[in-house]
Design a protein around this ligand. Structure first.
Ligand SMILES: [Zn+2]
Length: 77
């Protein structure tokens, strides 16, 4: 069971969007996916907010930091 912040209820099954879609590697060039995990100020959403599992949140973190270095995503806005 996992907390669902949007519905304010508990949910069963995996909620991690990357585990559900069977992604092994999160690409730093995939701005559409990474952009959803950022606030409008460019901060990375917490695991509680994004619903990612610990492993995927680490992959997301790495991908976003790479994308920032390549000037694909902002450090701050
Ligand atoms: Zn996951």
């Amino acid at each position: 069971m996992q907390w669902d912040p949007k519905r304010n209820k508990m949910r069963s099954g995996t909620q991690c969007r990357f585990c559900r879609s069977g992604v092994k590697y999160i690409d730093y060039k995939d701005i559409g996916t990474l952009g959803k995990l950022l606030t409008h100020r460019g901060k990375i959403y917490s695991r509680k907010r994004s619903g990612n599992c610990a492993g995927c949140q680490r992959k997301v973190k790495r991908a976003i930091k790479r994308a920032r270095f390549m000037a694909l995503l902002p450090y701050c806005a």
